[in-house]
Design a protein around this ligand. Sequence first.
Ligand code: HEC
Length: 412
Amino acid sequence: MYEYAIAWDWITFAVRWLHVITAIAWIGSSFYFVALDLGLKKHPQLPPGAYGEEWQVHGGGFYHIQKYLVAPANMPEHLVWFKWESYVTWLSGFGMLCLVYYAGADLYMIDPAVLDVSKPVAIAISLCSIAGGWIMYDLICKSPFGNDNTRLMVALYFILVAVAWGYTHLFTGRAAFLHLGAFTATIMSANVFFIIIPNQKIVVADLIAGRKPDPKYGRIAKQRSTHNNYLTLPVLFLMLSNHYPLAFGTQFNWIIASLVFLMGVTIRHWFNTRHANAGNPTWTWLITVILFIIIMWLSTVPKILTGEPTTKISATQQPFVTAQAFPKVRDTIMGRCSMCHAKEPSWDGIIAPPKGVVFETDRDIAAHAREIYLQAGRSHAMPPANASHITDEERRLLVSWYESAINGEKTQ
Ligand code: HEC
């Protein structure tokens, strides 16, 4: 069923498209409200209960926004909620995790040199760590330890460093970074789902019942929302990192991830200070650049490869190796692809295997069969600009090899 491979690719694209769109909407509204909040002006003419206001101009109109710190005296007739951006970002992100990492666990998640586990165990570790992360975070925030915001943030930072270390000792570098991103993004979305929105609902219910809402609900929501603010940029880095093997695939990847969380703070601090009209702390950019240079330097330390390369061929990979066309396919891949896709590429200017894709063993080829089919058979995406002069006949060979193996046709 080669149609399956094509449909799968398009479904992944659709879910990714959705994920990026909703993430833009969520992060966009979140940045907007943080900036609005910090820029609010206070003056005596504000209506009772109002904390501050701001005038804005956008898209040809003027907007006049006022913030009520706890709540207005009466329930407004129309109230706009901001929550679906966050929920759908999480749901589509979880969809991507299932489609790419759970379905392709052999390829993307499990590195037998790191931890040799079966697919179900790897998926269980993934799910438990993400859910457990939220539970632990939430308990710490609710405990007396969480009363001091700065102390809490420093402790959370060290937890994230430990989690970064942990994930790089459970999964491939690529999956480790993605999981660290998912771990953090789940905390952010759960903050919206379990804390911020329910607290707002309590306040709304009080208003409707004519009770005076307790300001503590707003305060707690603000604390969680501040965490979300500082976590946004690192999460985006981690989500994009799978395109950059130097970030996830080198020895000190967990230190790189830890420094990225610091950059999230230094960059956001500059914007937050500016939006609050509280100065122009350019030193934060200096620190950001220094951190980035340290990251680049750390990525030059090569990954020390422990153990032999994996050659174990799983049952699902077997048909690709036993297919009649395989010896010719192997020759094609070795001749047209491996100059770039090797642990030590020989192609000028390529210093690490692109996207971490290596074709050195039969297992490598079998494990990447679907991608080979899509990238070099069905489409002409690979080799880039046909750098290695693959012929149309060789492309047809890759296509018929994949399709016959997946259909379980006659094998040797
Ligand atoms: C000249 C070097 C070069 C050659 C030759 C080459 N590739 Fe690539 N390959 C790259 C680069 C660079 C990327 C990363 C592209 C990107 O970042 O989008 C890549 C990415 C890939 C990916 C991952 C795509 C993804 O989006 O995850 C696959 C699979 C792949 N190549 C397969 C092949 C196959 C099969 C061949 C041989 C038919 C081949 N490549 C030949 C340089 C090469």
